[in-house]
Structures are given as structure tokens and as C-alpha cells.
Design a protein around this ligand. Structure first.
Ligand code: FAD
Length: 523
């Protein structure tokens, strides 16, 4: 039975040492070692507000055997091999994989179609981008098993806590190999070196339960009959039929948006955000956040920044996005002829660099909706990505400028060392971003420089462009049935449809769509 719940602040040296922590918790609770059976750590966060950064812990002390549900396994997958209702899931990103597993739990057989390759084979395609500047349009940092979430930072926090059960997503990840620390940390993250094994285990669970996962299978057309989706057609010409199709193709599947538009399926332009990635020495961020150069056992420090800007009478937010402490900037383009950057980090977050997207909101009035209709945001994004590529020489080398120089609007005579493998080329970023967006980012950076000493100086550089922050298009759906309002049998899902932003919210949305498919089957 539970004896006591306790909250305490410890130095990192004690908090990260299992035995010392156990003793400290019992001593603060006034419990003698023999009186407690088990200490369950519930929450761990860094409190860097005081002179010395401390670790805040919450724990339960049990005087006898703790409840079994603390340890899992939490999920059981029935076999759906024979006579089960089938559902197509397009895309094996977090939304697609979690939709497939939830389908299985509800007795539905998922057929997952993924344009890219499995996690192992995908690694070779990533090496080709980094070393040979070659982008495979079906297998890259956005496409392939695990989706955009595989070779990422693996940050698992979300503000969308009302859209589903965050704990359930985290427990499923732990059951399939993620560290149990993610159930405890206030800012959980897995890391790009650990994610592929977890993704592979999710796939194996789908197959073992009788589901199908097909790689190298790009969906290129829809089997549409009188506003009813009967299935999909693949690039190889195969027609696959099912009563329900969960479309979880992510925010970079431009061919899917174009296909929907061409086939007359209602889609809508939506606001998104665009900017650059900024890279600092991690030491500078540690020093600013922890007020000490040596961080010792503390995790690499991070930040979250936001500022309201005004340019030509228009207000827009500028904010940090997907901050990766101790990480790398990666080339996230999905086609040759464009340059897109993003960030990832290994589980130990031990690179010498801190990077973060710094992006400005792009509203519908900033796009040419009159000319491009619902695809306006996509054209806006694509144009800047192509400009970035041309400005830096037409390969995957990215345009960059020292941050202090950008603020003074002067070219950089040299650039700094970087974690971005394909390499950087000195470019005036105004040429890529245009004067309005560049001015918004300048206003944002100046404000951030007031908040973090040394931030907005030539100790940092900006790299372009951070354009795949969220989908520039929404695929509408009914709020109760989660089906498209016009096309029955189509369940728009995840980030690409505009209902998620990040790994956890995409996974939660996948589960919701699977539940909606099951509800339809029961009717
Ligand atoms: P996606 O992950 O984009 O998956 C869509 C899948 O559909 C892809 O596998 C794609 O190949 C497939 N597909 C596309 N078109 C077709 C087609 N025609 N036929 C068949 N398959 C198709 N989020 C976080 O929460 N934390 C992070 O730390 C983080 N870091 C990131 C780092 C990087 C480098 C990137 C690129 C993204 C990062 N993100 C992060 C964002 C996160 O990865 C996405 O929000 C999330 O993956 C969205 O999930 P999804 O399943 O909706 O779409």
C-alpha cells in the first residue's frame, strides 16, 4: 500500500545517483529503510531558477508491493489475421503506426502502406544526403519507416494534452523499448540513436498480430466512387480496397495534397510558420541557463522563446521551435532542388552545439491564395526552399549568416564550425527570406538577445530554411466521426492533415482515428 507521496529538491549529484537518491527520499520522508518496500519516482524536472540548479523530484513510497500497472506490460494485441475488417493506413509515421496498433487492439486488421524504406535501409539514404548531396524523394529525413519522427530529437512533450492520453503514448513507447525515464521526466526525450529500434519494435508488433506493413509502397491515386473512398492505388498500379482509409502522410507529402486537390477532395490552406535554424555553442546556452560553464550531471540546457513582432503594421509571433540541446542540424528536404533544415539530437545530447528553429507565423494574408487556392501555403514554402538551394549553390549545402551580421544586415566574411554535415555557404539571408520575414526574425532575435546573454551575437549563426514546422494545408474532417466532411471512408490523420504537431500529438491522433474507424464499423 502507498505510505507517502513526497516532493523534494536535490542536487544533481544526488538526484542522478540511484542509491543516494533513494536514501535522500527516505530520509526526507522520515521513513527508515526497512519500513519501505519500494520507492516509485513519478516526476523529475530541472529547477534552474536559484543560484544553483537543482532537480525537483516527486515520488511515492510504498510500504508493501506496489500496484502492477506501474510496470506494464500495458498493451495486448489480439490476432487480427483472419476474417477481420481491414483498414488501410497510409504512412508509417507516429500517427500511422499508433493508428495501426490501436486498430489491432480494436480487432481491425491494418494494412500500412509506406512510400519509404524500413529504418535500417533508410539510414543509407540519409548518408547519401549528408555525404553525396543526393535526396531520394521517397526516403529521407521526413519519409520512411517511423516518418519524420525517427531521425529526430525524439522530444516527447506536447501542449496538446487535451487531445488524448499522453501517458498512454509514452507507456506504449516504453513497452516497445523506449527508456522508462520518459514516464518520469518533465521534458522526456528518446534521441535519434534509440528511436529506430523502438520504431522497428512497433512495426514487429503490428506484423506479429497479423497486420501488414509494406515499404516502398507510395500511394498515388484514390479509388473514389460518388464521394465514397473505396481504397487507394499504389505507384506500382496495385488497387487496394478497404472500407476505411486513414491518411497519415505527414506535412511534407506534397504529392498527396496535389492529388487530393486534383481529384476534387476538399482541402484548405492554413497558417503555418517559417524561418531559420540558429546554432550556438551548447556551452553558451548552459552558461546562460545554469549560470555555470560546466554543467556536470545536468542535461544540456534548452530554452523556449517567443516575441510579438510588428512589421508594416502587421503583427506576427516569432518563436523558438523544436529546440535541440546538444544536437545536430540536419538536411530535411524531400526533393532535389530545395534546402530545408531541421534538428535532431542523440539520447545523451552531448554534441557541442545547441540548435533551434526560430520561425515567424505565416498567415493566409501572407500567401497568394487568389492564385494558388488551397495550395498557396505549399507554394510559399516551396519557393523559399528553392531560393535557399539556389542561393547556396544548388546542392544540399545550406545558406547561412552569422547572427550578429544578420542583425546588422551585412554579409558574413566567414562562418563558424557547424553540426550541419552537408556544409554551409555564406549568404545574406534577406535574399532568401525576403525583407518582411527577415525583419520579423531580426525583431525576434533582438528580443531573445535581451533574454539570454550572448544569444544574438556573432557567436551564433543562422542556417536556412526552417520551413517544415507544420502543415500548410488542412484536410478537413467531421469533429465527431473524424471522416472527411464530403468523402466518406477517408480519415485525415496526424500532422499532414493539420491535427497534430509533433510525435506525441500525431500518435494520439492516430489512436483517435483508429477508434473512429472502429466506431464506424459498429454502426
Ligand atoms: P510523418 O511523421 O511525417 O509521417 C508520414 C509518413 O507518411 C512518412 O513516413 C512518409 O514517408 C509517408 N508517406 C507520405 N506520402 C506517402 C504516400 N504517398 N504513400 C505512402 N506513404 C507516404 N517532433 C517531436 O515531437 N519531437 C521532436 O524532437 C521532433 N524532432 C524532429 C526532427 C526532425 C529532423 C523532423 C523532420 C521532425 C521532427 N519532429 C519532432 C516532428 C515530428 O517528427 C512530426 O511532428 C511527426 O513525425 C508527425 O507524425 P505523422 O505521423 O503525422 O507524419
Amino acid at each position: 500500500m502507498l505510505k507517502q507521496e513526497i516532493e523534494l529538491l536535490l542536487t544533481p549529484e544526488i538526484a542522478f545517483d540511484e542509491l543516494a537518491r533513494y536514501d535522500a527520499i527516505l530520509s526526507q520522508a522520515g521513513v527508515k529503510p526497512g519500513e519501505a518496500d519500494f520507492v516509485h519516482l513519478k516526476r523529475r524536472s530541472i529547477d534552474a531558477r536559484g543560484r544553483q540548479p537543482l532537480v525537483r523530484l516527486r515520488a511515492d513510497i510504498y510500504s508493501s508491493r506496489p500496484p502492477a500497472e506501474l510496470f506494464g506490460p500495458w498493451f495486448f494485441y489480439p490476432n487480427v489475421k483472419s476474417n477481420s475488417q481491414k483498414t488501410i493506413v497510409v504512412g508509417a509515421g507516429p500517427a500511422g503506426l499508433f493508428a495501426a496498433l490501436r486498430c489491432i487492439e480494436l480487432g481491425i486488421k491494418p494494412i500500412v502502406l509506406e512510400r519509404g524504406r524500413d529504418v535500417r535501409a533508410r539510414r543509407r539514404d540519409l548518408a547519401a544526403i549528408n555525404k553525396e548531396q543526393q535526396v531520394n524523394p521517397d526516403s529521407n529525413y521526413c519519409f520512411g519507416e517511423g516518418g519524420a519522427g525517427t531521425y529526430s530529437d525524439g522530444k516527447l512533450y506536447t501542449r496538446a494534452t487535451k487531445r488524448g492520453d499522453v501517458g498512454r503514448v509514452l507507456r506504449r513507447l516504453v513497452q516497445h523499448g523506449a527508456t522508462p525515464d520518459i514516464l518520469v521526466d518533465a521534458h522526456p526525450h528518446i534521441g535519434t540513436n534509440k528511436l529506430p529500434a523502438v520504431v522497428q519494435a512497433l512495426r514487429e508488433a503490428i506484423i506479429e498480430a497479423g497486420g501488414e506493413v509494406r515499404f516502398d509502397t507510395r500511394v498515388t491515386d484514390l479509388l473514389l466512387e460518388n464521394n465514397q473512398l473505396r481504397g487507394v492505388v499504389t505507384a506500382a498500379g496495385e488497387a487496394i480496397e478497404a472500407e476505411a482509409t486513414i491518411l497519415a502522410t505527414g506535412h511534407s507529402a506534397r504529392d498527396i495534397y496535389e492529388l487530393l486537390h486534383r481529384r476534387g477532395v476538399l482541402i484548405e490552406a492554413k497558417p503555418f510558420a517559417l524561418g531559420v535554424r540558429v546554432e550556438h555553442p551548447q556551452e553558451l546556452i548552459d552558461q546562460a541557463q545554469y549560470r555555470r560553464a560546466e554543467r556536470g550531471l545536468l542535461p544540456a540546457a534548452s530554452y523556449s522563446l517567443v516575441h510579438q513582432t510588428e512589421v508594416r503594421g502587421q503583427q506576427r509571433g516569432v518563436f523558438s521551435f523544436c529546440m535541440c540541446p546538444g544536437g545536430f542540424i540536419v538536411p530535411a528536404a524531400t526533393a532535389p532542388g530545395e534546402v530545408v533544415v531541421n534538428g535532431m539530437s542523440p539520447s545523451r545530447r552531448d554534441s557541442r552545439f545547441a540548435n533551434s528553429g526560430i520561425v515567424a507565423a505565416v498567415e493566409l494574408s501572407d500567401m497568394d491564395v487568389a492564385q494558388h487556392g488551397p495550395l498557396a501555403g505549399l507554394h510559399f514554402q516551396q519557393q523559399i526552399e528553392q531560393l535557399a538551394c539556389q542561393a547556396a549553390g544548388g546542392t544540399q549545402r545550406a545558406p547561412a549568416q552569422l547572427l550578429g551580421d544578420f542583425l546588422k544586415n551585412k554579409p558574413s566574411a566567414h562562418l563558424l564550425e557547424t553540426s550541419y554535415q552537408p556544409g554551409l555557404v555564406s549568404v545574406r539571408m534577406d535574399e532568401v527570406l525576403g525583407p518582411v520575414l527577415a525583419e520579423r526574425l531580426r525583431q525576434g532575435f533582438r528580443d531573445f538577445g535581451r533574454k539570454i546573454p550572448g544569444y544574438a551575437t556573432n557567436a551564433a549563426q543562422i542556417v536556412g530554411v526552417e520551413s517544415r514546422t507544420s502543415a500548410p494545408i488542412r484536410i478537413p474532417r467531421d469533429k465527431d466521426t473524424l471522416q472527411h466532411p464530403v468523402v466518406a471512408g477517408l480519415f485525415p490523420c496526424g500532422e499532414g492533415a493539420g491535427y497534430a504537431g509533433g510525435i506525441v500529438s500525431a500518435a494520439m491522433d492516430g489512436e483517435r482515428c483508429a477508434e473512429a474507424v472502429a466506431a464506424l464499423a459498429r454502426r
